[in-house]
Ligand binder design. Structure first.
Ligand code: SF4
Length: 277
């Protein structure tokens, strides 16, 4: 991992936005180490970079081939809606300069979308008009009580409500599943969860084995090699055009190492990594 100059081909870029506020309280929060750099005020995209700097970075990434943009946060991005809107406005300026990001994805824990209908009406529908194409919901289980436990909250909203609210404003919904022996650690549990997620209405599922603080697959918690092979085979055999199941392995991480996937962190650094700093 190192600060990177945009030299080679770039496939996608992620931008951390927002104040770092979160309505979840997970035991191991990957956003925590970035939070001290986050701006205090919603509406400021990055404390260390001007909007003009961010525009230039996104422009350079586009010149190098990036067509996919992810919006993430050191907290929960839906709690910093003005920052999300501001970034989407910048991306819209790029579009008017013929530099279009075809896919714009928002990572979310889904809590605000499921609990706050006014938020959905005020912001999510606008974001759809600004070009947001997909919301990625991190799903630990199809069971609300299980999700509440892992998110460390008293209750977690119904996934059906979350997905239907996303669909109602014309955005697709992807379930992101972290494969861990603590939640989904075998082929059987993965198959069960995928079937439930499909029934709930998710458009696709992406899954990857849990990683440790050194950004390597956590050998203790991740499913065994044999189970991972079975899970990968199941994903390939059951993926269709209308419901894509993807298991992201080391080759996906190679895209970071080779600088094809970049992340703009709250400290203002553009790095070829996802979670570490
Ligand atoms: S939902 Fe995400 S940002 Fe919030 S506490 Fe959990 S891991 Fe951290």
């Amino acid at each position: 991992m190192h600060e990177i100059e945009i030299t080679g081909n770039v496939k996608s870029v992620s931008v951390f936005i927002g104040t770092g506020k979160c309505n979840g309280n997970c035991k191991h929060c990957a956003g925590l180490i970035h939070r001290k750099y986050a701006p205090d005020e919603d509406g400021v995209i990055n404390k260390n970079l001007s909007d003009g700097d961010i525009y230039k970075i996104l422009e350079s990434c586009h010149y190098k081939g990036a067509r996919s943009l992810s919006i993430s946060s050191s907290g929960e991005p839906t709690l910093s809606p003005k920052s999300v809107t501001r970034l989407l406005e910048l991306v819209d300026f790029l579009k008017s300069d013929q530099l279009k990001y075809n896919k714009i994805n928002l990572y979310s824990n889904g809590i605000r979308i499921g609990e706050d209908e006014d938020f959905v009406k005020t912001y999510l529908s606008d974001w759809s008009l600004w070009g947001l194409s997909s919301v990625y919901i991190t799903v630990h289980s199809a069971d609300e009580k299980e999700n509440a436990k892992i998110y460390g909250v008293p209750s977690y909203p119904s996934l059906r409500t979350i997905v239907s609210r996303i669909h109602n404003v014309g955005i697709s919904a992807r379930a992101n599943v972290v494969l861990s022996k603590n939640s989904v650690g075998s082929l059987e549990s993965f198959m069960n969860l995928v079937s439930q997620l499909k029934d709930i209405g998710f458009d696709n599922v992406s899954a990857w084995p849990v990683r440790n603080e050194d950004d390597k697959v956590d050998e203790l918690l991740a499913p065994s090699k044999e189970e991972m092979e079975k899970i990968c085979r199941f994903a390939v055999e059951n993926s269709t055009n209308s419901f894509v199941i993807r298991v992201l392995g080391e080759e996906h991480h190679e895209l970071y190492k080779t600088g094809q996937k970049l992340t703009l962190f709250p400290n203002g650094k553009l790095l070829n990594t996802w979670c570490n700093n």
